[in-house]
Structure formats: structure tokens, C-alpha cells
Design a protein around this ligand. Sequence first.
Ligand code: C2O
Ligand code: CU
Length: 462
Amino acid sequence: MDRFTLSRRAFFAGSAAALCTRPTWADTPNTLTARKASVQLAPEDYPQTEVWSYDGTLPGQTIRVPQGGRLTRRLVNNLDVPTSVHWHGIRIDNAMDGVAGLTQDAVPPGESFDYDFSLPDAGTYWYHAHTNSMEQVARGLAGALIVEEPDAPDVDRDEVLMLDDWLINPEDGQFYDDFDQPMSLSHGGRMGNLNGTNGQYQLELPARKGERLRLRLINAANARIFALRLQGLTGWTMALDGMPLEAPEPVMGEIILAPAQRVDLIVDVTAEEGETAAILRFDDDDQWRGQVAFPVTGTHSRTARGIPAPLPPNPNTDLPDLTEARRLDMVMEGGAMGRLETASYQGRDMGFRELMMQGQFWSLAGQVGMPDAPFADLDRGEVVRMRIENNTVFAHAMHLHGMHFREVRAGGDLGPLRDTILSIPNESLEIAFAADNPGKWLFHCHMLGHAKSGMTTWINVA
Ligand code: C2O
Ligand code: CU
């Protein structure tokens, strides 16, 4: 791949302080219009980028809804291609899940679809296209969805930070449009050359020493795993994938955020006036991948507040009883340097070469791409233990729609609730969940190129 990487210097050229405007749920319109727009993603000496957006901005407007409330949005498709919206991480009514070809038909150009659902859980979620999502999310169709607790935690500010990773041709400032590139599909996925936050390549949020911030980080990248380090900030992890931890965990070392994962932090600004606090981003090769900067412009009057109180738990999040759990095995194979020999694709067994010619590189439990029959047929309420065995040399961010799960750790302890889990090359992990949400739910890799080239399946809960 002969690709220009924007220089580190370019990241710093022409930086502008960002004003953070946050609409409240009451004044956001009731439509979500998917349409083209031009935005300045790259540094200012580069042309604007034509993106596919919700309502003309990248990311789309942050939607804020009170916990227990309803969200109604009419998706209006003003693009030239069909689309649909998935509300990632919401324990949602299946008919509103937005998966074209499974829970609804894709919305043709010029038409619309009404989404209307309730939001049982507070937390940090997001919405994104779920029709040809590899391309549509890469082009910008994503935004944050915040479900607010009835009583907000004691913080001075609440900021959404949507981390992204764009692949932009520096010659014309446009996205590379080679979405079928076999090299990226069969390797780590579509990696960008320009990292940004909230649609800007270098986001700056002025802060004051002593200020306490709630930061809601969302990894909206197509494939990039971020390792985050705090500088001039003392923080606690409060929630993962929207769901509160029982107790805040002090941030020590790195926070790993795989594609689609979220982390809620509460941080105290400890850097001095005139210094810059930051969230530094590195990739899994320890390359610097940008930052969110907090220039410290003053000192806050409040004295130190100590460890924050935990966020209130969401309803129906009891630990599942694993004694009678049904066991499922999900073996992942394929990719470059993989061991995949044959797998079933569109009802036929194919060898790896033949699959490659179809643009398919990965299998889940011996199947490539969406099988007609579900990977598992579950009874409502059934408890499942699913072993996920990664027989590839790549990492995968495995996402289950409609329900959160917990990792079953060594010794049988259950980890925190998540909707997306990072699976490491050549390792196995196990997840457990109660299949308490009826419907057809996708299970796929959120490296969206992997999902497109084989790593997508589904379960049925009836
Ligand atoms: Cu965030 Cu199936 O997706
Ligand atoms: Cu993957």
C-alpha cells in the first residue's frame, strides 16, 4: 500500500480552539437526514472533505435523551444509496435495530423510516449506518447517543469525545474510495492516516485546573484500536460500553478502546495553568495517533473532591446464573496468514482461494457472511456461555446486538457488562449473557471491513 501519511507537523498546523456546543434533547429536530456535506476534516491547508453525514455535520449531532424516555427520529435518506440506522448498545426493540436485511429493509434514496423506541439504560451509546456500514461509517454516518441518568454525577462538565481515524487522500482531501481493497479487508481492516476527534483533526477543549470533567469516549474508527494515556489528568473509569462499573476504577497506564467500544471517565484536571492536559492516543504499534488537548487556562475554585461516587446501575443487570448455561463455540478463522481452508459461503463449501475471489476472507463457526440459519436459536431468558476462539493473527472487536454480556474470567468470575469485546490473536475468551431480548440479533466484528468480508453472523431469541 502506497499511502501518504499526513505528517505529525500537519496535525499542528493551523489549529483552532473548538467551541463545544451541546444541544439538549428538547431542541434537536425530529428528523435525521442522511446527506452529503463538505467539512474540514484535514488541517486547514487541505481542501474540505465530502462526507456522508447526518444533518450536515461529522459526527452527527449528539442526541441526548433521559433514561426511560423514548427516542423518535425519522430517518430521511437524501443519499444516492440505501441506508439504515443502528443504535449501538441500546437494549432495543428488535424491529428498531436498523440492520438492513435482518430487522428492516434498507431505506432507498428519497425515502424515510421512522425509528421509535424506549431507552432502558443510561450511558454512552452511539448511532451509525448499518447498510454497507464499512463504507457508510467510514464516510461519516455516525453520531453519539447519550442517555442521561435522572441525577447527573457531580462534575463541572460533560463532554462527548468521538475518536475517529480517517483515510484521506492528501492530494485532494477526499476519502480514498477503495472500500473493497483486499489488503485491508484481509489484514487489520481499513486504517486511516488522519486521526481526529468530534470531526476535527486536533480538538482542543480549554479547561481549568481543578475542574472535574465527565468524558464520554467513543471509538468510531473503522478498524483502529486506540491505547489512551492521560496526561495532566487524574481519572477514574466509571462505565464501559454505557454500563456503569460497580465501583470507579482509577486509571493507571493505558485504556484500550477497540472499535465501537466506549468508556466513561471522570477526570480531575491536575495540570497547572499554562500547561496542556491531554488524552494521548497511540495505536497497537505504539505509534502516536493524535490527542485531545485540554489547554489549562485558569484555576477552578472548588477544592479536591476525592473519588467520585459510582454511577447508578442500570435495570435488569443481575449476574446470570451459569449453572445450567448452554454452551456455544464460536471459532474465528481466516485472514492473511490464517489457517482457513474451507468454509460455507452462501450455502456452499468453498476453499480459501475461491472465497478470496468473492472478496471474503473470514469465517465465524465455519460460516462466511450472513448465513440463512442463525448461529444459535435461543429460548427467551436462556443463559448462554459462548467461547470465542480467535484462530487468526489479527485482533477482532466482537459486538453483540441487543444485549450486553460479561466476560467469564479465569476462575469463573464475571467481568463488567459490555457490548463489544476485543479478541486477541490466537487466544480464546468466553462471554456469558441471558438471552432476554427477543429477536434476530447480529454478532459481528466491528472492524467493519472484517464484518463485510465474512465476520458477520446472527442469533435468534424466541
Ligand atoms: Cu455498531 Cu452491528 O454495529
Ligand atoms: Cu475482525
